[in-house]
Design a protein around this ligand. Structure first.
Ligand code: SF4
Ligand code: SF4
Length: 74
């Protein structure tokens, strides 16, 4: 499991609409599992460049600056 820290994290507001995944040129955001055990998107630490390109695509503002704690990708 990666130890790299992310520059962005996905909050529990995520509804898994997929718009961010489609917007990322680096495949840096993918289906995952929240730390409370339900599905949501997660930033992939090894692939995300921190470019912010996905941020405005989220209709719920669920991609925010910060270190993502969850690292379990589905
Ligand atoms: S910050 Fe950039 S590299 Fe990271 S998930 Fe968003 S679009 Fe992809
Ligand atoms: S755009 Fe926002 S709500 Fe949609 S999957 Fe990405 S983080 Fe979740």
């Amino acid at each position: 499991m990666s130890k790299r820290l992310t520059k962005y994290r996905v909050t529990d507001a995520c509804i898994i609409c997929g718009l961010c995944e489609a917007s990322c040129p680096f495949a840096g955001i993918k289906d995952g599992i929240s730390d409370r055990g339900f599905p949501k998107m997660l930033i992939e630490p090894e692939l995300c460049k921190g470019c912010q390109q996905c941020v405005p695509f989220c209709p719920l503002g669920a991609i925010v600056p910060g270190v993502q704690q969850e690292l379990e990708l589905a």
